[in-house]
Design a protein around this ligand. Sequence first.
Ligand code: NI
Length: 149
Amino acid sequence: MVLSVVTYPNDVLRQKSKPVETPFKNEIKELIFDMLETMDDNGNALGLAAPQIGKSLQLCIVKFEGKTHILINPQIKNKSWKKEIGEEGCLSFPGKFLTIKRPNKVTITALDKDGAPFKIKASGLLARALQHEIDHLEGILFIDRTDKK
Ligand code: NI
């Protein structure tokens, strides 16, 4: 089921989301499925975080170069000192694009859709997308990361 995307300003986008309890309930699996459908429906969006569909849960998805990364209860374990500037958009800010400086490499740990822990080392655009989505889980938005508002 395609879900409607919450746009700014909406309180849920500013909430710190709750960890997903393990073992995952069926509703979490359904939510992941619905989020994937919602991304497809939004022009194959690069990323979507649960608060953006009104669920204050630590769950986000990034689709990049044909690979779907589903991250539950993610934690950024390491960020590179080196930063990179790049343009970002966000489904919660239709039509808005901002130039944001972020670490160009990150190491993240999370649980996959089956609850198994994994680690991902990412750089470039994938690292950027992952950081953008994990920010959503903390109630941080890309407008907070730019100098230009
Ligand atoms: Ni976003």
